[in-house]
Design a protein around this ligand. Structure first.
Ligand code: SF4
Length: 56
């Protein structure tokens, strides 16, 4: 899935990952869409954002 950085927050996502390229102050995400993995997760803690990109 190809995500694009918007110039505003995605209102449907709250995220605390401040080291991500898509992160915006206020625990917001500027990606137009995100992908969550893995397929075989059994709990909240086993899921991760696959769209995460390390901020340069
Ligand atoms: S892409 Fe994922 S990790 Fe990055 S800010 Fe958005 S929800 Fe958080």
């Amino acid at each position: 899935m190809q995500s694009h950085k918007m110039n505003h927050a995605n209102p449907g996502i709250k995220c605390q990952v401040q080291s991500c390229y898509y992160y915006m102050t206020g625990d917001q995400c500027t990606a137009d869409c995100i992908e969550v993995l893995p397929k075989d997760a059994n709990s909240t803690s086993e899921t991760d954002c696959g769209t995460f990109t390390k901020k340069q």
